[in-house]
Design a protein around this ligand. Sequence first.
Ligand SMILES: C[S@@+](CC[C@H](N)C(=O)[O-])C[C@H]1O[C@@H](n2cnc3c(N)ncnc32)[C@H](O)[C@@H]1O
Length: 276
Amino acid sequence: MIVRALVLASQGKLRDCGIENPTRDARLLLANCLGVEVHKLNLLDDSFLSKDEISKFWRMVDERCKRKPVSKIIGYRAFWGRNFEVNENVLDPRGDTETLVEVVLENKFKTMLELGTGSGAIAITVLAERIDATCVATDISELALETAARNSKIHGVQNRLTLMQSDWLSKISGRFDIIVSNPPYISAKEYNELGNEVIDYDPKISLTPGGDGLDSYRQIISNAKEKLIKNGQIVLEIGYSQAEPVKTLLAGAGFSKIKVHKDLGSRDRVLSAEAA
Ligand SMILES: C[S@@+](CC[C@H](N)C(=O)[O-])C[C@H]1O[C@@H](n2cnc3c(N)ncnc32)[C@H](O)[C@@H]1O
């Protein structure tokens, strides 16, 4: 079978399974299966595939039909122009989180603390963009920290990144110029309404703290000021309807200059504030 025919056949199967973007997904999976970049797949249109390549590809298509995200089938996700290893132990970094990185990079800082690093996408991206910065990045999950460690080596920032297991700020000592977090913020009710693609493949601990979804903010914000230098910054990703309650938490903890930043879809996505 040649590449073009296989793309067409697999597109049809993905469409029948109800996959939203069957052409894009078929091409991404086949390019990964053949070890080529997706934009070069057309150059192989008339090439024949081996039996092994064809069986491997159909196994990938079957996984996609079971709603496994493409990134978790191919093992990586592009974030801010770099590829990050992702697996069952880490949240698949979302495009919206690039807004958080954008806001962080508007600040001047040398030392950063990231809480809940997951794959390490935020900390590693910031360190790759800011070559004079260092970062302590934490997570409660040891397996997530192992993934972040591998990603830090892939992107050559491991010497400026300290990874640490900690329940939010409990094990953190010292003060930082900036604290950054994209904590789990989905409420228990919203979690029960999520699709299989998310519930079955992103760790629950990365998605929801339960209850009203605000507990991670309560815990982070109540202890953050004592870990920041004077005029240090805090930058938090939020759910699009959480700006008001999280602003109230920040103001209550003595933060000032609280700003809401919107994502590309014009929804509230990030809050930044300053420690007086
Ligand atoms: C929404 S994910 C963010 C992952 C990554 N920073 C990103 O933006 O793609 C939240 C992360 O917080 C971690 N986490 C959950 N509860 C935590 C806690 N009590 N202390 C530290 N990290 C926690 C999860 O394991 C997960 O990696």
